[in-house]
Design a protein around this ligand. Structure first.
Ligand SMILES: Cc1ncc(C[n+]2csc(CCOP(=O)(O)OP(=O)(O)O)c2C)c(N)n1
Ligand SMILES: [Mg+2]
Length: 406
C-alpha cells in the first residue's frame, strides 16, 4: 500500500529527490522512479488496458485524499503521450527558430520543459470539458485540436493561422479552448464564468482554469476562488508553477509558494508536473471528484520553464546554468521514455523512430505555414471577428469605416 503523503513545505525546486543512477542500467532514472519499477501485467496488445504505478513522491495534498498511485492505460496511450510531448517540444523549437530568423515578430512565449502539463491534462479530460490558460499557450492549443501549421501560421501572422493571423502567440483559440490570454490573472475569473455556464446548463463537464505562479498573487484570482467555492462551481484551478514569473523567482514573489494550499477553503493537490503519468492520473481523479458535485479544486503543477520568459529574454540573468542543467536532467520526455523502455513498451529504436517522424512532420508543417498568405490589408479583414456577424455597426468609434481606414 503506498501511503506516504508528504504535506511538508519544501523549498520550490526541491520537490523531488535528485536523479539516482539505477543499478544495472546506464539510463538515468526519472526522479522518484525507485518506487515504480517492475510491473508485470503489461498487455502485449496495443489497446488492452493495464495499470502502471505512479511514483509515491508525485503528490502533496491539502484537505484532499491523494489520487490513486496507479493509472489504467494502454500501450497505445503511453506511446501517444510520448509522441504528443515530443511534438510540442519540436513545435516550440520550430517557433524558436522562426523567431530567430525574424520571421515571427512580437511576443512569443515557449513552453519547453512544461509539456507534461498540457499533455497529461488533455489525456485526462474530454473535448466537452473546457480549458482556459494564460499566454504560454502553444502546447495547450495543439492538445485542444489546433493543427501545428495553424499555430505556426498564427505566429507568422498568416491568414490561415488559428486566429487568422491577428492574435499571435498569446491569443489562440480552438473548440472548448478559450485561449491564450495576455493579462496576467485576468482570465481566471473568465474560467469561473465558463464553469458557471456548465453548471447552469447541467453539462456534467468541468473547466480547467490555468494560470502561472506569478498570476497566483493577483487579487482577482482570490476573488474567483471565493465565488467558485460559494457557488460550488465545477472548476479545477491549476497553477502551473514553472518557478518564475518573468525574471523573478517564485520565492521572491510569493509569501507562500505552496500554491496548492492558497485556495484556503478549496482542497488542493501539488502534482509532479515533470511526470506526465502523474499529471494524467491526478487530473482524471480530480475531474471525477469535481463532476461528483464536490465543488472546485486547486491543483499546482510543479514544473520548470527551460526557455526565457519570452524570446527577448535569454533566461540566464536571474538563474544559474547549474540550476537549468539540473532541471533539464528531470526532463518530462526523457522521464517517460525511460519508463516505456523499462516496461518494454518502446525500444530505443522505436523511440528514435518516433522522434524522426515528429521532426519530419513538424518541418513539413513549418513549410506549409510559411507558404500561407499574409492577410490582405482591408477593413473587412481588419474588423472581422470583432462583432457578431450581422450586428456590425455602420460606424466605428464614431467614424465610418472609410474615414478610419487608409
Ligand atoms: C496585469 C499584468 N501585470 C503584469 C504583466 C506583465 N507580465 C507578463 S508575464 C508576467 C509574469 C507572469 O508569470 P507567471 O504567471 O508565473 O507565468 P509564466 O510566464 O511563468 O508562464 C508579467 C508580470 C501583465 N501581462 N499583466
Ligand atoms: Mg511562472
Amino acid at each position: 500500500m503506498r501511503a506516504v503523503i508528504r504535506n511538508t513545505t519544501l523549498p520550490t525546486g526541491s520537490l523531488l529527490p535528485a536523479t539516482r543512477a539505477h543499478a544495472g542500467s546506464l539510463r538515468p532514472r526519472p526522479r522518484g522512479f525507485a518506487q515504480v519499477a517492475n510491473i508485470d501485467n503489461i498487455s502485449k496488445e496495443n489497446d488492452k488496458p493495464f495499470t502502471v504505478p505512479i511514483a509515491e513522491t508525485s503528490y502533496e495534498t491539502y484537505h484532499f485524499d491523494p489520487p490513486p498511485y496507479t493509472l489504467e492505460t494502454t500501450r497505445d496511450q503511453l506511446k501517444h503521450l510520448y509522441r504528443d510531448m515530443t511534438t510540442i517540444r519540436r513545435m516550440e523549437m520550430a517557433a524558436d527558430n522562426l523567431y530567430k530568423q525574424r520571421k515571427i515578430r512580437g511576443f512569443c512565449h515557449l513552453s519547453t520543459g512544461q509539456e507534461a502539463v498540457a499533455v497529461g491534462i488533455e489525456h485526462a479530460i474530454t473535448r466537452e470539458d473546457k480549458l482556459i490558460t494564460a499566454y504560454r499557450s502553444h502546447g495547450f492549443t495543439m492538445m485542444r485540436g489546433g493543427t501545428i501549421r495553424s499555430i505556426l501560421g498564427e505566429l507568422l501572422g498568416r491568414r490561415e493561422g488559428i486566429a487568422h493571423g491577428k492574435g499571435g502567440s498569446m491569443h489562440m483559440y480552438a473548440k472548448s479552448f478559450f485561449g491564450g490570454n495576455g493579462i496576467v490573472g485576468a482570465h481566471v475569473p473568465l474560467g469561473a464564468g465558463i464553469a458557471f455556464a456548465q453548471q447552469y446548463n447541467d453539462t456534467q463537464n468541468v473547466t480547467l482554469d490555468l494560470y502561472g505562479d506569478g498570476a497566483a498573487n493577483q487579487g482577482q484570482v482570490h476573488e474567483t476562488f471565493n465565488m467558485a467555492k460559494l457557488w460550488n462551481l465545477p472548476v479545477m484551478f491549476g497553477c502551473e508553477n514553472n518557478q518564475y514569473g518573468m525574471g523573478t523567482s517564485a520565492e521572491r514573489a510569493s509569501a507562500s509558494t505552496d500554491y496548492y494550499k492558497r485556495g484556503q477553503y478549496i482542497p488542493g493537490l501539488r502534482v509532479d508536473g515533470m511526470d506526465v503519468l502523474a499529471v494524467l492520473a491526478a487530473v482524471k481523479h480530480g475531474r471525477e471528484w469535481v463532476r461528483a458535485g464536490n465543488g472546485p479544486l486547486l491543483y499546482e503543477y510543479h514544473t520548470y520553464r527551460y526557455a526565457g520568459h519570452s524570446m527577448s529574454d535569454p533566461g540566464i540573468a536571474y538563474r544559474s546554468r547549474e540550476e537549468l542543467q539540473s532541471q533539464r536532467s528531470n526532463d518530462p520526455i526523457a522521464n517517460l521514455r525511460v519508463h516505456l523502455m523499462d516496461w518494454d513498451i518502446l525500444s530505443e529504436d522505436e523511440a528514435k523512430q518516433i522522434d524522426r517522424e515528429v521532426r519530419g512532420m513538424v518541418n513539413r508543417e513549418v513549410e506549409l505555414a510559411e507558404q500561407m498568405p499574409e492577410p490582405e490589408a482591408n477593413s473587412d479583414i481588419l474588423f472581422e471577428d470583432v462583432y457578431v456577424p450581422g450586428s456590425e455597426p455602420a460606424q466605428r468609434r464614431g467614424r465610418t469605416v472609410h474615414e478610419t481606414y487608409y
